[in-house]
Design a protein around this ligand. Structure first.
Ligand code: CNA
Length: 416
């Protein structure tokens, strides 16, 4: 099969990625097919999608899942950011940020709400909900055997990778390094088309190989080794979950990764290693078929999330504990996933600040927060569970143990 046949075939199938090639109104031959694209959340979460209702009496299963799914799909179709102003006054690109299968009329209303900022630091006290200790108790009692972890850039800051939104250190505070007109431009496909070097500068920092997984990644792996992990849903593109040994089938990299690469225009695959070599040496890899710029298969705004992401419709209704770590829950549709577990399911937020539904007062009865440094919280959690030695051993076996200072600090604060 020639390249051109392959590409035509993909176009013909209405292949998920082909939507970028056409205007929204005429792009999809199958408008009803569920397709989710990445967008910066601007919904007011305080008034956003509520938790799914508890299932009606009867066997937990089909009906429940169906309800959760359709509720989620509906909620997601309402989330959009077209017209949202960036901090520097640029309207975020409507074509790329809106739901691609919707018409422009739909996309023009209602007006988007401003992005929800992270919660005022003192609004919610972690201690008021019991935080770590309560959830550790549930784990020890064997009540949690289908744990879903939702992770963001905060789990990798301890590996030396800056997140987006932390003031001072986050990538958004250091835009001059990437020569970006506004922060989200780094993942805007039109901007990439014009100025690929901005994303490539970021890519050079994030390409697997420069950073190692940290204690938090290994904590997640140890959930898996105990048979407690249903799945990790990560927004990270740094590949550290995989690198620490979490198997592929337990991992959903919702915003893609650097393992594969393709043309951003015609989607013809390109050897990932060749793309890496070009990008690392400051060159622009180009497609041998259409001469478009090649990029690693990291999901940009307006692009479809990987197929694996749709496992969420089975996983979240099954979850008996949700751990949310190191994310500002600002990117949709990922952020809304946390609202799709049953209302009775404990949700533990480990983050520096309250985010998403944890900004609501009162909190859901089963919600727990532990606010503060994530590494510290996770080390204390491991200590409460009696898992510290095993995690250290795991890290040592992969050459990732960096010594006792953080461990002793964790134990001291735990005893306190
Ligand atoms: P974000 O918006 O930057 O939020 C990170 C969250 O983690 C914030 O709430 C921080 O307060 C919190 N946080 C950071 N460090 C710590 C810490 N040490 N202790 C406690 N809390 C901490 O990032 P999100 O993940 O929410 O946004 C999703 C984007 C970021 C995804 O699309 C990623 O592709 C993108 N991103 C990924 C990486 C990576 O792969 N490592 C790095 C930077 C950005």
């Amino acid at each position: 099969m020639t390249f051109s046949t392959k590409v035509k075939e993909r176009r013909h199938k209405g292949g998920s990625k082909m939507s970028r090639l056409r205007p929204a109104v005429e792009q999809s031959p199958h408008p009803a097919a569920p397709r989710l694209t990445r967008s910066a959340a601007s919904q007011a979460r305080l008034g956003g999608p509520g938790p799914p209702k508890e299932p009606a009496p009867g066997p937990y299963g089909k009906q429940r899942r169906k309800h959760t799914d359709s509720a989620l799909a509906q909620d997601l179709s309402q989330m959009r950011v077209s017209g949202q102003e960036s901090p520097l006054g640029h309207a975020l690109d409507g074509v790329n940020m809106r739901h691609p299968s919707r018409s422009s009329t739909q996309n023009d209303q209602p007006a988007p709400s401003p992005p929800v900022k992270e919660g005022p630091r003192a609004r919610v006290k972690s201690s008021s909900r019991g935080g770590l200790a309560s959830v550790a108790r549930l784990l020890k009692l064997g009540r949690c055997k289908n744990i879903v972890v939702v992770a963001g850039a905060g789990i990798s800051t301890a590996s030396g990778i800056p997140d987006f939104r932390t003031p001072g250190t986050g990538l958004y505070s250091n835009l001059e390094r990437y020569d970006l007109p506004y922060p989200e431009a780094v993942f805007n496909i039109d901007y990439f088309s014009e100025c690929p070097q901005a994303f490539f500068s970021l890519a050079r920092e994030l390409y697997p190989g420069r950073h190692r997984p940290n204690y938090i990644h290994y904590f997640i792996r140890s959930l898996h080794l105990r048979g407690l992990l249903l799945r990790v849903y990560t927004q990270n593109i740094d590949g550290l979950e995989k690198m620490c040994g979490i198997p592929e089938d337990k991992l959903v990299e919702a915003h893609g990764n650097f393992t594969t690469a393709s043309c951003h225009l015609c989607y013809t695959p390109y050897p990932a290693e060749d793309a890496k070599v070009a990008i690392m040496s400051g060159d622009v890899p180009t497609c041998s078929f259409c001469a478009g710029t090649v990029k690693p298969d990291v999901v940009f705004f307006g692009e479809d999330l990987p197929q694996k992401y749709f496992l969420h419709s089975e996983d979240f209704p099954k979850a008996d504990l949700l751990i949310i770590m190191g994310t500002s829950l600002q990117i949709e549709p990922f952020a809304s996933l946390v609202n799709t577990v049953r209302a009775s399911v404990p949700r533990l937020l480990l983050n520096r600040h309250a985010v998403g539904p944890f900004l609501k007062t009162p909190l859901r009865r089963a919600d727990h927060l532990e606010l503060g440094d994530l590494l510290d919280s996770v080390q204390r959690m491991a200590h409460l569970l009696g898992w510290s030695a095993e995690i250290e051993e795991l890290m040592r076996s992969q050459g990732d143990w960096v010594g006792p200072p953080t461990q002793s600090r964790a134990i001291v604060s735990c005893v306190d």
